[in-house]
Design a protein around this ligand. Structure first.
Ligand SMILES: NC(=O)c1ccc[n+]([C@@H]2O[C@H](COP(=O)([O-])OP(=O)(O)OC[C@H]3O[C@@H](n4cnc5c(N)ncnc54)[C@H](OP(=O)(O)O)[C@@H]3O)[C@@H](O)[C@H]2O)c1
Length: 318
């Protein structure tokens, strides 16, 4: 077992720069485990990485890898690792580096937890990044409380489709902005109100106690919809205007009481385990849009880029 299949690209560009190639299986350090990846999903940010819109983060060395989340099984444990044991079904997110669209990843055990029992790897990975991001945003950053009014922008996407479900778990009244064709999908996730993001002007909305923005544009317009004491969490930047979005988020901390919160997720064991319990008990349900083999990752990127996703485009790697 020296080599493995992995998604690679040799230049920045459209989805078809992606191809299935061969790379060495990662070696593990004493404190790491080797995970046989069974499924990974396409996250919105990975499109920006592949297109070369975030070169400061990705660097310019090729070939580059892609994929952050994974659900699979422990294939090998380092000499200093006591748990998890070989054969355990786990899930996790790579810490600030790409590469889970591959047969194996090497990670520290704290970057994993037991995968949700009763879910297939494809189902599990569909809620993974959205769930950890949603819990961090709504519970930890916004302190969402029962009865509060929540607005989710980008409600049909990978993060939004789980955030809507979490909003209901936390007892909020959820208003969702999504594309018109996804209205029924977002209602079925539990949203109390679903509005078309193409025809609804921000001025027609609000007030809200908490706003989760997964889109990255018009932060100023949406922040105005906050009720006194309201909190806005923005997890995305407008890729065309990263400096401007970042500047606005930072400025909001200085000017006015309604600071826009931002974070970059790096979920660890406890958060992963908590999300696994939510998924096992059905409080968070899978959001699988399509399933493709690794060789068709380019088609999955193209589909997400085309718009109208319902949850996640998942890649099965086993
Ligand atoms: N900070 C963090 O820790 C963190 C974690 C995860 C993700 N992110 C970032 O969050 C962003 C979203 O990620 P994702 O995986 O959820 O992406 P995604 O699956 O592509 O979802 C984006 C969603 O936004 C919707 N949308 C586009 N324009 C909209 C608008 N003007 N108003 C309302 N909805 C709109 C899309 O709907 P239509 O297709 O119907 O237009 C789509 O459902 C990415 O930029 C990603 O990098 C950050």
């Amino acid at each position: 077992m020296d080599e493995m299949r992995a998604a690679l690209f040799d230049r920045f560009g459209p989805p078809d720069v992606l191809y299935e190639g061969t790379v060495p299986v990662p070696g593990i350090k004493p404190g790491e485990v080797l995970v046989r990846v069974h499924a990974s999903s396409v996250n919105g940010g990975e499109l920006h990485g592949r297109a070369g819109r975030v070169r400061l983060v990705t660097g310019r060395r090729f070939p580059q890898r892609t994929g952050l989340d994974f659900a699979g099984e422990i294939a090998e444990v380092g000499s200093a690792v006591t748990e998890p044991l070989k054969g355990t079904a786990v899930w996790g997110i790579l810490p600030r580096r790409m590469g889970s669209m591959a047969e194996y990843v090497a990670v520290r055990p704290r970057q994993t937890s037991a995968a949700p029992a009763g879910l297939t790897p494809v189902e599990a990975v569909s809620v993974l990044a959205g769930g950890t991001t949603g819990i961090t945003a709504l519970r930890d950053k916004a302190g969402l409380r029962p009865g509060e009014r929540l607005l989710v922008r980008g409600a049909s996407g990978g993060v939004g489709s789980v955030a809507v479900q979490l909003g209901k778990v936390y007892g909020a009244h959820v208003t969702a902005l999504a594309g018109a064709r996804n209205r029924d999908f977002v209602h079925a996730l539990g949203a109390d109100e679903v509005l078309d993001h193409r025809t609804t002007r921000p001025t027609e909305l609000g007030p809200f106690d908490v706003i989760l923005d997964t889109v990255g544009t018009r932060h100023r317009d949406y922040r105005k919809l906050l009720a006194p004491g309201g909190r806005m969490v923005a997890i995305a930047f407008d890729p065309g205007h990263i400096g401007r979005s970042l500047g606005y988020i930072l400025a909001s901390a200085v000017h006015g009481s309604r600071r826009v919160r931002f974070f970059s997720g790096n979920p660890r064991h406890d958060l992963l385990a908590e999300l696994a319990r939510m998924a096992e008990t059905g409080r968070v349900r899978p959001v699988v849009d399509t399933v493709r083999p690794l060789a068709e990752l380019a088609a999955a990127h193209a589909a997400l880029e085309a718009g109208g996703v319902r949850g996640k485009h998942v890649v099965r790697i086993l």
